[in-house]
Write a protein that binds this ligand. Structure first.
Ligand code: AMP
Length: 190
């Protein structure tokens, strides 16, 4: 299966993506994780990405699209993939569609985790304290949410028109949400 997982920062995307990728037996591809890995290794990509990440802004489309194009060309993506945090802009939606089209492939579903915004801010502040992520200060958290609602939330309507969008309530325990996702995609988690 080829699935995209969307939802605001703090919606629990990473955790749910990990579980769902395991259930589907496909690689979990998180653009945020790939950027963070590059930042920690100090690669040129990491140095470039960090400037944007630390400000709560998106890394430029050209950089992000090239990275995803490369990742999706790996052999492990042949049987499918779970994209977490990509696409996030109109241009990325177009680029992903083009990448798939050129390989005669298509998406099976776009899953949107919906959450209450106050709940999300609370989760992000807690995560900042626990993990010390440099993009989890309160100002940056607010900016990341703004950018999400300005640039990424509207993309769901594009997928809705294509009949691909599945909305899942992201509020509840990890197991409850994973159960809802499994039911929505008609794949069993247990
Ligand atoms: P995440 O862990 O998915 O919240 O991503 C952390 C940060 O990485 C984001 O705030 C962006 O700065 C950057 N990032 C991740 N994915 C993308 C993307 N698809 N497009 C642009 N920037 C991204």
């Amino acid at each position: 299966m080829r699935v995209v997982l969307m939802g605001p920062p703090g919606a629990g995307k990473g955790t749910q993506a990990e579980i769902l990728a395991g259930v589907l037996g496909v690689p979990h591809i998180s653009t945020g994780d790939i950027f963070r890995l590059n930042v920690s290794k100090g690669t040129p990509l990491g140095v470039e990405a960090k400037r944007y990440m630390d400000a709560g802004e998106y890394v430029p489309d050209g950089v992000t699209n090239a990275m995803v194009r490369d990742r999706l060309s790996h052999d492990d993506c042949r049987a499918g993939f779970l994209l977490d945090g990509y696409p996030r802009t109109v241009e990325q939606v177009g680029e992903l569609a083009a990448m798939l089209r050129s390989a005669s492939l298509s998406l099976d579903a776009v899953l949107e985790l919906t959450v209450d915004i106050d709940e999300v801010v609370g989760r992000l502040v807690k995560r900042a304290a626990e993990q010390g992520r440099s993009d989890d200060t309160e100002d940056v958290i607010r900016r990341r949410l703004e950018v999400y609602f300005e640039q990424t939330a509207p993309l769901t309507s594009m997928y809705e028109k294509q009949g691909l969008l599945v909305r899942v309530d992201g509020l509840g325990s990890i197991e409850e949400v994973a159960g809802r996702i499994g039911a929505a995609l008609a794949v069993g988690a247990d």
